[in-house]
Design a protein around this ligand. Structure first.
Ligand code: DC
Length: 242
């Protein structure tokens, strides 16, 4: 297998084909599938902007938690949304997030509690409608890798290339467990698996924009492959479209 740095994405350019084409690439899939690692890796390799839409849901969940608001109270939620400003600040393949002028540390948004709350509020149509233009505005300039649950189906149906990553629940739970341990947010593997399964069901079965592959999406099973292997596979597909 070639190391990542040797995958030649400029082959087409040598043949003088559409050298300036900058793509809108969507990457959807459930939690723990390696979406973020791969999306950031692709953005870095291609010199594209990385859009982490899960961070938007998480930031909003964080604010709702801070205000102890009941997200099912639609009037209170409408008021909260009308007074909320979320700004994504891309820098390279990373993106920082600001809510109401306050920068939020990524670690604060990645706790198990915020994961569950983000998934719950993501089923509320008001929330999805509010976040839709924010996501679309972010990708007005081409050269974007957008990661989420409904990128290919709802937010960017016009995307140039759509990927859907999936993997066995047990593998995903192990990955997430290790990631949490590395951040000092330890949880038992059983608990991680249980919460992930609950989140999967909620994300896949919600009435509005459920997690599912767009019909033209390229399916990638990451159960038995490392992130660099997955990235290499995807780069090959992308290179053909540049
Ligand atoms: O990708 P993530 O784990 O950071 O996302 C957190 C939750 O946000 C996820 O469980 C469902 C919701 N989400 C969504 O519904 N649509 C998106 N495009 C991104 C995230």
């Amino acid at each position: 297998m070639k190391p990542l740095d040797e995958v030649d994405i400029t082959k087409k350019n040598e043949r003088n084909v559409n050298v300036s084409r900058r793509l809108l690439i969507t990457i959807d899939g459930p939690a723990g599938v390696g979406k973020s690692t791969v999306s950031q890796g692709l953005a870095k390799r291609l010199g594209y902007v990385y859009l982490d839409t899960g961070a938007l849901y998480r930031a909003l969940a964080w604010k709702i938690q801070q205000q102890q608001a009941d997200p099912q109270d639609s009037i209170r939620l409408a008021t909260l949304l009308s007074k909320t400003e979320i700004v994504l600040l891309p820098h390279g393949e990373q993106v920082s997030i600001q809510i109401d002028g306050q920068m939020i540390e990524p670690r604060v948004l990645r706790t198990p509690e915020i994961s569950q709350l983000a998934s719950s509020i993501a089923a509320i149509p008001q929330v999805r409608a509010w976040l839709l233009p924010i996501q679309r505005r972010f990708a007005e300039a081409r050269g974007v890798v957008a990661e989420g649950r409904d990128m290919g189906t709802r937010v960017f149906p016009q995307a140039d290339l759509k990927f859907f990553l999936d993997a066995d629940l047990s593998v995903r739970a192990e990955r997430r467990h290790m990631e949490l341990s590395q951040r000092g947010q330890s949880q038992s593997l059983d608990m991680v698996r249980e919460q992930m399964a609950a989140r999967d069901i909620r994300d896949r079965t919600r009435a509005i924009d459920p997690l599912c592959p767009a019909k033209e999406a390229i399916l990638v099973d990451t159960s038995h492959e490392s992130a660099p292997q997955v990235l290499e596979q995807m780069m090959k597909v992308i290179a053909d479209r540049l």
